[in-house]
Design a protein around this ligand. Structure first.
Ligand code: BG6
Length: 293
């Protein structure tokens, strides 16, 4: 359908009211609501809903490159492309989507893409919504090229929070991270949960497969589970950077935090015919369920 902000999209609905809205532009989740109709993802009030640029918010797919270290545009081209519905996807190894509402999308490189990144691939994305409202994204990258290629990847996820100064992330304690604010220098996180009082732009390496983002004020905890994605990127632009972004409100850094299940430090290399799978599942639960008051 096209009735929402003029963009082609599909809506998944759960039996008790949860929903997810997915744009074909970028294969991007642009809304995810729980059974009470509360929005769980942040989208900027200044977001531009016009291709070919990605919408500021939701969950953007960063592929074949995360960041801006290589020859491609920042975070790769997948988020700026029009994806199609994959009518006949090869079966997934697990029966992960049984009982869920889901959609399968597909991205293949255009002639233009191949000029900048000369590797033929198929990128399949299944997005599913479980009856309780959990959202799962499963990406599969297949090399259909004659030669090996390498890539990095991220589910760049804008979580909606009430006030960033009330947020803490658990599961990253004692990990090494690369700090984008210090030329990717390597540091080690201390023993405490991560809290925010200035700009944060870090790649936590080899993180546990489950981490939690606690929004104290809203008494909500996001639980992020991942497979095949060793790293976690955490980003909040804070005051100064917010002002420099045209598609982002000056004060909106308070209402969001990006926590990305990602594969950044060590890119994957696929030989011809090989496939890689990366999964992220997010749930949003009342904090009391996680031992919080
Ligand atoms: C984050 C990066 O994941 O994305 C930041 O770590 C970057 O460095 C941010 O600024 C937003 O990127 P973009 O291209 O969507 O403005």
């Amino acid at each position: 359908t096209k009735d929402w902000k003029g963009i082609d999209h599909v809506v998944l609905r759960g039996p008790q009211g949860a929903s997810a809205r997915i744009s074909f532009q970028g294969g991007q989740v642009i809304s995810w609501r729980n059974d009470h109709g509360e929005e769980l993802l942040f989208t900027s009030s200044k977001a531009i809903f016009k291709s070919p640029k990605s919408i500021r918010g939701g969950i953007t797919i960063c592929f074949p490159e995360f960041g801006n270290g290589g020859s491609l545009e920042q975070h790769g081209f997948a988020r700026n492309k029009l994806w199609v519905v994959d009518d006949d996807p090869p079966p997934l190894p697990s029966n992960d989507s049984v009982g869920k509402s889901f959609v399968d999308l597909l991205l293949k490189p255009s002639e233009e893409d191949l000029k900048f990144w000369p590797h033929s691939f198929e990128l399949r994305l299944r997005i599913s919504l479980a009856p309780g409202g959990n959202l799962t994204l499963i990406s599969r990258v297949r090399n259909i090229n004659g030669k090996p290629f390498s890539f990095s990847f991220a589910y760049h996820t804008y979580l909606s929070v009430s006030d960033i100064s009330e947020v803490r992330i658990e599961g990253l304690e004692t990990l090494d991270y690369l700090d984008n604010l210090y030329h990717k220098e390597r540091f080690t996180e201390q023993g405490d949960a991560l809290t925010f009082e200035s700009e944060v732009d870090r790649i936590y390496l080899n993180s546990p497969n489950v981490i939690a983002v606690l929004d104290h004020e809203r008494k909500r905890t996001y639980v992020i589970r991942k497979e095949g994605l060793p790293d976690i990127v955490v980003w909040d632009p804070w005051e100064k950077k917010s002002k420099s972004m045209v598609n982002f409100g000056d004060e909106e850094y308070k209402q969001m935090v990006c926590v990305d299940a990602a594969l950044v430090e060590k890119p994957i290399t696929l030989k011809p015919g090989e496939e890689w799978t990366g999964l992220m599942e997010i749930s949003a639960v009342p904090s009391s369920f996680c031992g919080e008051n």
